[in-house]
Design a protein around this ligand. Structure first.
Ligand code: ATP
Length: 598
């Protein structure tokens, strides 16, 4: 129940006045509905089907005034009232339906925006601990279920209000019959708790299957090349078949529970009404008028009771989705690192002396003993090129993630010109960094728009200059529409090297003061690598460059080379100097690469 309350509070905070107006509208409709129902009685009386005796009964008191009106006029008045009530009732119903949909979708949009903003503002650690497909699933499928749940919840409130007012009217007409219906409803609701529990369990399974489905599909298309080249189609098809079957079973189970509970209620209704009529006629000698009332009250009140039950079951299936959305909201809020998205006004940092790692320790999992970085002390001088090398898993990417403030040291500190890197200067640092990752990201749009992504105000001349720097101008000129050429999903229409050069051009376009390259030249041929090397050489005095390189030839001109092994710095110095250290790992790495080339 807690998650439902949480969302109700959120919904209330979001819709406020609108929800009040809707509630008043619902009360009005219920009253009008009740009056319409009451009017049926004199109509029946006039028609002569049954006679509601005058006297002391509640009904005769309500309709006593009608006796003053001549028969023909009375019926006309009643029918006109009936018509008016129906028109007003339907107009309000239409208004409320539209307003409820507005509340439902408006609330979903509000939640979506909030969650997306929180996700964008969450730190890197939040992302490395989660599957991307789970995040996608929560903000798409689970949120859609929450939105549908909001609708059910609004229906539930409507149901409750209607029921209470109908109960009031029914009590006015006949307290005994109403009490009987209510007691029966209560007894049945005790039996139906099982349905609600089963619905909730089913809802958890729905969430879990949807999560696995999206994760599997995402992996499938991300790894389609591997699937094709390793003939894994058959096994993927088997996986797909099995998860589709689970989805089918789950839908079938859902409909089985739903129809079972509805069947149960409808049968109970038929049995109860039969018993009641039987008892009324045989034991209490009720008249036609009373029997009419029994049927009217039963047929009006009972569907409300079953409607509430159906809404409760549906809300129960939504609870797991509510829980996972709440979890995501809380976790992303706890991982907040950006407090104001409009950070264009934040000035980039201009590093004068350099960036220093002082006794830095970092591990990905604080429950484990393994440190990815273990007591790192190093200085990256400004406007110089530093290269980080080491075997796979040595901690190179982790180190530059810390330099960019993506992760924070567990112990020790990162100093920018002597000032500790903290949340106060984090965005200034990020605004001065351009980063080229191992697996660079290109949008499925034109080259121009991909370049503008980093620097929206760039002129075409500046773009060509950046492309030339990255040795990418030649291939872009050869493309049919040059800068306006569409490059396909994630740049798939370009070769690996072309993609890398384009991303490099994008990185230098905004002339950052810090350029971080993670394996940025790994897909380049020797000729283009040499061009990049020259370009980096030209930039050396103008920006601080940090390069991770497996291909050691790229960093031949680096001002300092940092050799990492198992999270520790084991060598540091100039390329030539390290190359001459006979027992050093750098020479070893270099030797292995030379062997590979030969
Ligand atoms: N997200 C993560 N969660 C847990 N451990 C991680 C994570 N990323 C890296 N590690 C671990 O931290 C250590 C350093 O990894 P890192 O990626 O920094 O190495 P690297 O030198 O950049 O390797 P490579 O050259 O293969 O990219 C490795 O032992 C790795 O398994």
């Amino acid at each position: 129940m807690k998650p439902v309350l949480y969302f109700f509070k959120q919904l209330y905070a979001y819709s406020g006045k609108k929800l009040h107006i809707n509630l008043i509208g619902m009360v009005l409709i219920s009253f009008l509905d009740g009056i319409g129902l009451l009017l049926l009685i004199p109509v029946i009386s006039y028609s002569g089907i049954a006679n509601f005796e005058t006297g002391n009964s509640n009904i005769s008191k309500v309709f006593g005034f009608l006796q003053q009106i001549p028969t023909f006029g009375g019926l006309t008045i009643i029918l006109l009232m009936f018509l008016m009530i129906n028109i007003i009732q339907n107009l309000i119903t239409r208004y409320i339906t539209i307003e409820n949909v507005k509340i439902q979708h408006g609330f979903a949009r509000h939640l979506r925006l909030e969650i997306y903003r929180d996700l964008l503002c969450a730190n890197w650690d939040f992302y490395i601990k989660r599957r991307k497909s789970d995040l996608i699933n929560t903000i798409t499928a689970e949120l859609a279920r929450v939105s549908a749940g909001t609708n059910t919840f609004l229906q539930f409130i409507t149901g409750i209000i209607f029921t209470f007012i109908q109960i009031g009217i029914a009590l006015l007409l006949s307290p005994q019959i109403t009490m009987f219906v209510l007691l029966s409803g209560l007894v049945l609701s005790l039996f139906s708790r099982g349905f609600i529990k089963r619905s909730q369990k089913l809802g958890s399974r729905t969430s879990e299957i949807a999560q696995s489905f999206l994760a599997g599909i995402t992996d499938n298309f991300n790894g389609i090349k591997d699937i094709k080249s390793n003939t894994l189609e058959q096994s993927r098809m088997n996986w797909f078949r099995s998860i589709s079957q689970r989805m089918y079973n789950e839908q079938m189970e859902y409909i089985t529970i739903k129809t079972a509970s509805q069947f149960y209620y409808k049968m109970a209704s038929a049995v109860l009404i039969s018993i009641f009529i039987f008892l009324s006629v045989n034991l209490f000698n009720s008249q036609a008028a009373q029997l009419m009332l029994i049927i009217i009250i039963f047929t009006r009140l009972w569907p409300r009771v079953t409607g509430i039950q159906a809404s409760l079951e549906q809300i129960a299936t939504t609870v797991p989705a509510l829980k996972s959305v709440i979890k995501l909201i809380n976790e992303s809020k706890n991982a907040k690192e950006i407090y104001e998205l409009d950070y264009q006004t934040i000035q980039p940092i201009n590093i004068r002396d350099g960036i220093e790692c002082k006794n830095v320790f970092f591990r990905y999992n604080t429950n484990e003993n393994n440190y990815a970085l273990n007591g790192i002390n190093v200085f990256f001088p400004s406007n110089r090129m530093s290269a980080v090398v080491g075997k796979s898993g040595a901690g190179k990417s982790t180190l530059i993630d810390l330099l960019m403030g993506l992760n924070q040291p567990e112990k020790g500190e990162i100093l920018l010109d002597g000032v500790r890197l903290s949340k106060d200067n984090l965005l200034s640092l990020r605004r001065s960094v351009s980063y080229v990752p191992q697996d660079p990201f290109l949008f499925n749009t034109t080259i121009k728009e991909n370049l503008q992504l980093i620097y929206p105000d760039a002129t075409e001349d500046q773009m060509w200059e950046a492309l030339q720097f990255a040795a990418a101008d030649e291939f872009v000129r050869k493309l049919p529409q040059q800068l306006d050429t569409l490059i396909g999903d994630r740049g798939i229409r370009l070769s690996g090297g072309e993609r890398q050069r384009l991303v490099l051009a994008r990185a230098v376009l905004r002339k950052p003061s810090i350029l971080v390259l993670d394996e940025a030249t790994s897909s380049l041929d020797t000729e283009n690598e040499a061009k990049i090397q020259e370009a980096l050489e030209r930039l050396k005095g103008r920006m601080t460059i940090v390069v991770i390189a497996h291909r050691l030839s790229t960093i031949r001109n680096a001002d300092q080379v940092i050799v990492l092994d198992k999270g520790e710095i084991i060598q540091i110095g100039e390329f030539g100097h390290l190359a001459r250290e006979k027992s050093g790992m750098f020479r070893n790495l270099l030797g292995k690469q030379m062997e590979a080339v030969l």
